[in-house]
Design a protein around this ligand. Structure first.
Ligand SMILES: CC(C)(COP(=O)(O)OP(=O)(O)OC[C@H]1O[C@@H](n2cnc3c(N)ncnc32)[C@H](O)[C@@H]1OP(=O)(O)O)[C@@H](O)C(=O)NCCC(=O)NCCS
Length: 185
């Protein structure tokens, strides 16, 4: 997978980011981000071996998000189901370190382009914790549709948390692109 960049004109100003495949030497950065108390409430962190497998397994795409003036590593994105016969890909995880700077939105736009243009997704879906308002607002404003709720699907300290399942279809992505809301092909 080649790196993709995002500098498209769209309704909102865009941070400059690009995605490149994660390498073994990036795993420490990924684990550090996952272990950050600012992120832990919103994700279920993986073991090192899971990330190592994910960067090699053909069904997965594991990307480092590079952003800012120096295109430093600012986050990571994982897509799974890339070889799904149903063309149903999951945005498994997206984490950025410097929050609120637009990297998440920009990275999500590139991830959608990769999923629909390069990996020929018919459907791109995700499950976000019900209490994660920031991520839900982002996904909603980027055109993802709520499919439903997986009740108390995740065990957390002190109980269980529900997940909100959201998705976008290829036709919806194409319509958004027609409105100038997505990166050009
Ligand atoms: C979710 C995440 C990837 C978003 O990335 P980000 O770079 O912080 O987001 P952006 O700066 O691009 O902002 C995107 C939108 O998030 C929403 N947002 C940002 N901060 C928010 C807050 N404190 N509360 C509610 N919504 C907020 C806004 O809708 C914002 O849109 P705007 O451009 O109109 O301001 C990032 O915050 C993160 O890594 N969070 C922890 C891990 C996580 O939750 N991952 C997703 C798991 S499904």
């Amino acid at each position: 997978m080649t790196a993709a960049s995002c500098a498209n004109p769209a309704a909102r100003p865009q941070a400059r980011v690009r995605l490149r495949p994660t390498m073994s030497s990036d795993i420490e950065f990924v684990l550090t981000l996952e272990g950050d108390p600012a992120n832990l409430p919103f994700i279920t962190p993986w073991e090192r071996t899971q990330h190592e497998a994910a960067i090699r397994f053909p069904d997965f795409r594991h990307f480092i998000v590079e952003g800012g003036p120096g295109l430093d590593a600012v986050g990571f994105v994982i897509l799974i189901g890339c070889r799904s016969q149903h063309q149903s890909l999951e945005l498994k995880r997206m984490v950025v370190g410097n929050k609120g700077a637009g990297y998440g939105r920009a990275a999500l736009r590139v991830a959608k382009k990769v999923a629909f243009d390069d990996l020929h997704a018919h459907r791109l879906w995700l499950a976000v914790k019900e209490g994660n308002g920031r991520a839900q607002a982002l996904y909603d404003s980027e055109g993802f549709v709520v499919e439903g709720r997986l009740r108390e699907a995740v065990k957390v300290a002190g109980g269980f948390e529900s997940l909100v399942v959201m998705s976008m279809l290829q036709s919806e992505f194409a319509a958004r692109r027609g409105q100038g809301l997505e990166m050009h092909a």
